[in-house]
Each structure stands twice: as structure tokens, then as C-alpha cells.
Design a protein around this ligand. Structure first.
Ligand code: ACM
Length: 288
């Protein structure tokens, strides 16, 4: 291990290769992987692209081959295959895709996505790695060894756990750090929207209500999301990450009875001083 590796700092980097949606760039570069034959430019602005991958055997092989390269670069056990926001408009409109759904004996487009992800799950499992995907991978049937990142709501983590699969809690309600930290948005850097102040992050009790205690072992932890469409440089990223990330760390590590926001805020003063010395551009606290 080279000094300075992530592993040296007990960090596991999980790469994400999106499929079958959020795939406009790859369809642009390799039109034969797409659903429609017309040429398309890579996307230059954020949002959800309608361009999906097709489900030909060659496309599955191509994506598995991409994963093969990724496995060489990332030694950790987890590989993320995306799976989110794959709007099925192109799949619904394509005679080839509809014929493929019939040929595979599947019910609909959701089942085809599930089949697609299953091909990646089988591949990654054969390489002794574990597939992770966003919670849309529950739709149409969850792949056997998949772990779910529950972003649209922790109920999706409950569904995964009840199927015997693991889940990571990543809900927009408490872990999307691209959301505004204040309602006074004119005084904040431009952000995607939303409202997620420090105290709301801290107030979160992550274990999903209603989850049977015997299934809690399937909840692997929590994750903050920092999509950077509106963050032009690393300092802007730091402003959105801190100090909310310190609150999320305490959420993840603390028993509910031990949590106290006022106490956290008092202790945070020391930590903010540390961040200041490290030149981290954290967002200053609002006056009490
Ligand atoms: C997501 O925010 N689309 C996972």
C-alpha cells in the first residue's frame, strides 16, 4: 500500500458506474449501446437524461467489461452500479426493447431493469465483490446480493432488509448536503434547492421506524450526498459539507438517548476551530 492511500486512512472508496440510465455520455460515445440510433451529444447541464442503454447481450458484456477495469482500480468490496432515475420512455417506445422483454419472459420495463442489474450482480458476485445501487433497483425485483442505497426514503431500506438484503440510509430528507443550509437563500451560494440546516441533520434518528429489530443488522450505515452541479470549486464543496458532516457523524455513531443538539453545538466550537486551522471553508453557525 502506498503511503497516502485511502486504505491507509481506513477509507473505502466506492466507485459508481451508472446504468442503465444517466448514460447519455456513453451512448454518445458508443451509439450501439443506446436505444435509438440517432447521434446524441453528451449532456452539458444537469438533470435526468432520457437516454438509456439497450439490453443486448453485447451491451451487458460491454458494461461487465467496464466493471472489470473498475475492479482493477478499486480494491474495496463494494461497486456501485447506479440504477437511479432510469426513465423508461425510450424502452417503452422501442420495438427492439419490447421484443427483448418478451424474449426474456419478463413482465415489463421495470423487470428488464431488474434483469439488467441482475447481470451485473452475477458478474460482481463471481468476482467476490458486492453490488450497490440506488433504491430504484428494488423495482421489478431486487438482485440477490445487492445492497440498496435508500435515497427517496428510508422505507426502501426497510423493503431491502425484509428481503434479506443490506441497505445504506441516504435519504434526501436528512443527507442531501447539496440542499440549502438556510431559508435566507439570497445570502447563500446558489444551490439546487431544498432546506437542510445543521439542526435538522442532527435531529435525525436514522434507524427506520417500523424495522423489525432482528433486521437492523441489514442497515450498514448512513451516507451524505454532495452532488456538485452548483459547486464550482473545492471551497464551495467544503462550505456545503461542513459542519453538517460532523452532525451526521454523530447521528451515525450515537445512541438516540445520548444526543443533545445544544451540547453538540457547544462542542462544535472546538471542532470549527480545528477546521479553521485546516483552512476548511465551513459554513459559519447561525447566531443562537
Ligand atoms: C439520486 O440523487 N439520483 C440518487
Amino acid at each position: 500500500m502506498a503511503e497516502g492511500d485511502a486504505a491507509d486512512r481506513f477509507i473505502t472508496v466506492i466507485p459508481e458506474i451508472e446504468m442503465p440510465g444517466h448514460s447519455q455520455a456513453v451512448v454518445s460515445a458508443y451509439p450501439e449501446l443506446g436505444v435509438t440510433t440517432e447521434p446524441v451529444e453528451p449532456r452539458r447541464n444537469w438533470g435526468v437524461s432520457p437516454y438509456l442503454l439497450n439490453a443486448r447481450p453485447e451491451t451487458i458484456a460491454f458494461m461487465q467489461n467496464v466493471l472489470a477495469e473498475v475492479l482493477e482500480l478499486f480494491p474495496g468490496p463494494w461497486i456501485h452500479i447506479g440504477g437511479d432515475e432510469a426513465v423508461k420512455t425510450q424502452w417503452r417506445a422501442s420495438a427492439e426493447i419490447q421484443a427483448r422483454i418478451k424474449e426474456l419472459g419478463l413482465k415489463d420495463e421495470d423487470a428488464l431493469q431488474s434483469w439488467f442489474i441482475q447481470q451485473m450482480d452475477t458478474y460482481l458476485t463471481s468476482k467476490k465483490r458486492r453490488l450497490i445501487g440506488w433504491d430504484e433497483i428494488l423495482e421489478g425485483g431486487l438482485a440477490e446480493n445487492a445492497t440498496v442505497m435508500a435515497w427517496r426514503g428510508v422505507n426502501h431500506a426497510v423493503s431491502a432488509a425484509r428481503e434479506g438484503n443490506d441497505a445504506v440510509l441516504t435519504p434526501t430528507s436528512h443527507t442531501y448536503f447539496d440542499y440549502y443550509q438556510s431559508k435566507d437563500t439570497v445570502r447563500e451560494p446558489l444551490a439546487i434547492g431544498g432546506f437542510l440546516p445543521l439542526d435538522r441533520v442532527y435531529s435525525w434518528e436514522p434507524m427506520p421506524p417500523g424495522l423489525e429489530p432482528a433486521l437492523e443488522k441489514h442497515i450498514l450505515g448512513v451516507q451524505a450526498q454532495l452532488w456538485t452541479e452548483y459547486m464550482p470549486n473545492p471551497k464551495a464543496v467544503e462550505y456545503m459539507a461542513y459542519p453538517r458532516l460532523t452532525a451526521l457523524a454523530e447521528v451515525a455513531w450515537s445512541a438516540p438517548a445520548r444526543k443533545d443538539f445544544d451540547d453538540f453545538r457547544t462542542r462544535l466550537a472546538t471542532h470549527l476551530e480545528r477546521l479553521r486551522i485546516l483552512d476548511v471553508a465551513f459554513r459559519p453557525l447561525d447566531p443562537k
